[in-house]
Design a protein around this ligand. Structure first.
Ligand code: ATP
Length: 315
């Protein structure tokens, strides 16, 4: 074995052990704008991660650096142990972007065949169409496909190099509910086979429904990282509601564990992290009845964690 062979084998061995994605103190500035301001993130193989954040949080800039489309101002990106451009060239990472790139006057199958011809080694066209759930519309002109079908075609194209990491940047923008549902069903079925998926979305319900893990970014930094349940809990815990009259909001706010109290007619809503303690207090010290305990929505968590009033929260 030559020195070169040994080095290559060594690099491959370390790449096989590497996480799907590793960002270390990643930074990108445009003039005075710090689009990405020190992101540390490790994504293990097989995870489905949602990258959530308000407009201008730095999601697309981070994704562009993962794909080698933008050069970091500082820090590092490793995809399966490779530099982004190497990972793209090796077909380890592929992306489904929001728009663009499709010719309207060719069929779905011809589009996939043309793209497949660009790869040294590609999965069979019929296989990727089937995985994207569009095998039955292979003969349809792209221009006649719905937005959801065109997006599933982009997904099929991204599957051609059989990438270990699939990145989706707001893939369902503009789709109707049914289109979104079908798109995500195809992604989920594919991910169940072990592919790592990272997606940016504005739809919080999508992150809640389809991700194992949610990474919330704001002002180019990670402000929270966990499961959907952990993120909700981090922001505002649970809401205990009950029918209870004759007790003021001020008195309710003094109940141990209550962070916020609200009265709506004869119902009271008490927010806090320790819902058991709040419920116990209501049932043993007051005349509360018809008690209900609910998780706060991800939407509430998102606003609480990315809003301007929680500048230091989680960072
Ligand atoms: P959105 O959800 O609106 O797509 P985002 O989280 O993807 O937002 P980015 O597109 O990464 O955010 O933008 C982050 C910040 O960097 C924004 O303030 C944006 O204006 C700025 N920015 C992005 N690209 C450039 C560029 N090429 N030149 C100058 N500023 C840029």
């Amino acid at each position: 074995m030559t020195q070169n062979d040994t080095t290559t084998v060594g690099a491959l061995a370390s790449a096989t052990r590497s996480p799907a994605l590793q960002l270390r103190d990643l930074r990108k500035s445009y003039g005075d704008v710090r689009a990405v301001d020190g992101i540390d993130l490790t994504v293990e193989r097989g995870e489905i991660v949602a990258f959530l954040g308000p407009n201008g949080a730095g999601k697309t800039t981070t994704i562009d650096m993962m794909l080698g489309l933008a050069r970091p101002s500082g820090g590092t990106v490793q995809v399966l142990g490779f530099e982004p451009h190497q990972a793209v060239a090796r077909g380890e990472i592929a992306a489904v972007m929001q728009t663009g790139g499709l010719l309207k006057d060719v069929t779905v199958r011809e589009t996939a065949q043309m793209m497949a011809a660009l790869f040294r080694s590609a999965r069979p066209v019929e296989e990727v169409l089937a995985r994207a759930g569009i095998a039955d519309i292979g003969d349809r002109m792209v221009g006649k496909c719905s937005g959801g079908q065109q997006q599933r075609l982009r997904f099929a194209l991204a599957l051609l190099p059989d990438p270990s990491l699939l990145v989706l940047d707001e893939p369902t923008t503009g789709m109707d509910v049914e289109g979104r549902r079908e798109f995500w069903a195809a992604i989920r079925a594919d991910a169940a086979r072990g592919r790592t998926v990272l997606f940016a979305t504005h739809y919080l319900d999508e992150a809640d429904a389809y991700a194992d893990r949610i990474v919330l970014v704001r002002h180019g930094r990670v402000v929270a990282d966990g499961t959907s349940a952990q993120i909700k809990n981090l922001a505002s815990g649970r809401v205990v509601s009950a029918t209870l009259s004759g007790v003021s909001e001020v008195e309710l706010a003094a109940v141990p564990g209550v962070e916020r109290a609200e009265r709506r007619g004869d119902r009271v809503l008490l927010r806090g992290k320790d819902s058991d303690a709040i419920a116990r207090h209501l049932l043993t010290h007051t005349a509360a009845r018809d008690l209900e305990i609910a998780s706060t929505g991800l939407e509430d968590a998102f606003i609480a964690l990315t809003g301007d009033t929680t500048e230091e929260n989680g960072s």
